[in-house]
Design a protein around this ligand. Structure first.
Ligand SMILES: Cc1cc2nc3c(=O)[nH]c(=O)nc-3n(C[C@H](O)[C@H](O)[C@H](O)COP(=O)(O)OP(=O)(O)OC[C@H]3O[C@@H](n4cnc5c(N)ncnc54)[C@H](O)[C@@H]3O)c2cc1C
Length: 490
């Protein structure tokens, strides 16, 4: 019997590993080539002085997408990971002393909304019905279906439902039409940052993200998010993926409009007619594909999603005010996004904090706390921020803001160890354009249609997956992109 043709996956981020596992589990000989020493891409970890930090994702949503992948490989999420449904999706803090815990149990959530503004309880229920409707209208089309190009997304049903997707006003415009409380408006607007966009520009359609978190839940795998990368690595090995880490793909070859092989940094040339690139499409075109420069330049005209300024703090003592997920809000959200849009750093940024010692005591020395702090900042493309000279000062500004506005007394004295990742680091670590976290921004009504599809429109046998492609960034979406790419290959 003739052996099935080999699939080569370039990059072992979540999209790439998902694609490789699915191809191999379906019986296709599969090689996965990853430049870094470990798989997982942005799902990454750091350890120092007894502290352990997830340095990429800290929130798991839609865990059934991961389960679906593991089931395709003959296992299941329950068999591989102990996933906790969080009792509170996030704690929100304001400098005026207001606190809002977004509980995942509805009665507790309603109590907390009523404390902020009793009239917003009914508004919240109406908003959730609306957000769920947006989800129901778009999930099948935009998330769960592979697309060959934007044309394939348009059909009669899409045109009929288009107006119900609320794409003509902004997220903020819709949120303000539901909620009275500025605090709750800010909470709902924050979901724009889940795809690296601005609530003041992104279409209201993305209010569906509020449903994904409030309605479908927020999760944490015990041991940390990096456990997902470890489980996927072991799964890929088990289903027979030929995994080559610490190996960079230097080129994707093509002849007569069809892929014919890849070359690697260790001098290997692998002949294949099927390549799935988990490297951002713009970077793939610009650096790996001969003749791809013009198309890369066209993609580079689109706005990138935000990047992140990440500070990892190891603290000697814990702060009970910091919940598993905590957001310390800027007093002027609109000005913060205006600064980001203009390529500037905001003086009083919104600071997202995560720690995991509540579930994993061994993530810090006894009594200590492992803080991951993230501020959304502009991607480096077209932006003049002098990160090498700004980074330490900005981390100090964040720490001082936590002390003076959010009651974390003595925060700076409590720091045992600090690490910083700037957008330049994210760009370099993951080969991400401009250090953007989610590829292209979703700041226009048509942005969902601009995201590169899984199938290359010009080179047969070349496919893409990952957060820079359809359906978008974030753990579940990157995993789905890998599923779509594998489906198209097979
Ligand atoms: C700070 C931060 C916080 C985040 N928070 C969350 C969160 O809380 N929840 C959530 O769901 N998502 C979050 N995300 C987003 C999420 O991590 C990403 O969307 C997802 O992991 C991207 O996966 P990917 O498939 O695009 O691969 P990537 O992670 O982009 O990996 C691509 C891989 O390709 C490799 N590569 C690149 N070039 C080559 C080459 N030439 N040869 C071989 N290999 C190559 C890279 O080394 C990398 O490993 C966060 C991301 C960051 C950075």
């Amino acid at each position: 019997m003739q052996q099935a043709e080999r699939v080569v996956v370039v990059g072992g981020g979540l999209g790439g590993v998902a694609a490789a596992i699915r191809c191999a589990a379906a019986g296709r000989p599969t090689t996965l080539i990853e430049a870094r020493p470990t798989l997982g891409g942005k799902l990454n970890i750091m350890r120092d002085q007894g502290f352990v930090w997830d340095i990429g994702p800290s929130l798991l949503t839609m865990p059934w997408v991961l389960d679906d992948l593991l089931q395709a490989a003959g296992s299941s999420l329950a068999a591989e990971l102990d996933v906790v449904a969080l009792p509170s999706a996030c704690r929100y803090l304001w400098a005026d002393g207001t606190q809002f815990d977004a509980m995942t149990s509805l009665p507790a959530l309603i109590r907390n909304i009523a404390t902020i503004n009793p009239r917003d309880v009914g508004n919240f229920m109406r908003f959730m019905t609306y957000a769920q409707q947006l989800w129901d209208l778009s999930a099948d089309k935009f998330l769960y279906t592979p697309i060959a190009g934007w044309q394939s997304m348009l059909d009669w049903q899409m045109l009929r439902n288009g107006w119900r997707l609320d794409g003509l006003r902004t997220m903020d415009g819709a949120v303000r039409s539901f909620f009275e409380s500025p605090h709750l408006q800010q909470v709902m607007n924050r979901f724009a940052t889940y795809n690296g966009s601005s609530p003041y520009r992104t279409p209201a359609t993305f209010n569906l993200i509020a449903w994904a978190e409030f309605g479908l839940g927020a999760f944490y795998p015990r041991g940390g998010l990096y456990r997902i990368a470890e489980v996927l690595h072991a799964t890929a090995q088990r289903v027979g993926v030929d995994i080559r880490t610490a190996t960079t793909v230097t080129g994707i070859q093509h002849q007569h409009g069809r892929v014919c092989g890849v070359t690697t940094s260790d001098g290997d040339a692998i002949a294949t007619q099927r390549v799935i690139s988990n490297v951002d499409p713009q970077v793939t075109l610009a650096t790996l594909l001969a003749g791809g420069a013009a198309r890369a330049q066209r993609l580079a005209r689109h706005e990138l999603s935000t990047s992140g300024f990440v500070v990892l703090w190891g603290l000697r003592e814990r702060y009970a005010q910091i919940d598993h997920h905590t957001v310390c809000f800027s007093p002027n959200y609109r000005a913060e996004f205006a600064d980001t849009d203009a390529g500037r750093l905001h003086a009083t940024p919104t600071i997202y904090l995560n720690h995991t010692v509540g579930y994993d005591l061994d993530h810090a020395p006894l009594g200590g706390q492992n803080i991951f702090a993230l501020v959304n900042v502009p991607a480096t493309r077209g932006c003049q921020i002098d990160w090498p000279n700004m980074a330490a000062g900005y981390a100090d500004l964040m720490a001082s803001q936590l002390e003076t506005h959010f009651g974390l007394t003595g925060f700076r004295q409590n720091i045992v160890v600090q690490h910083i990742l700037t957008p330049h680091d994210l760009a370099q670590l993951y080969n991400a354009p401009g250090g953007s976290i989610y590829g292209l921004a979703s700041n226009t009504t048509l942005s969902a249609f601009m995201r590169p599809a899984q199938r290359d429109p010009q080179i047969a046998g070349l496919y893409y997956c990952g957060g820079g492609t359809h359906p978008g960034g974030g753990i579940p979406l990157a995993l789905l992109s890998g599923k779509h790419a594998a489906q198209l290959v097979m």
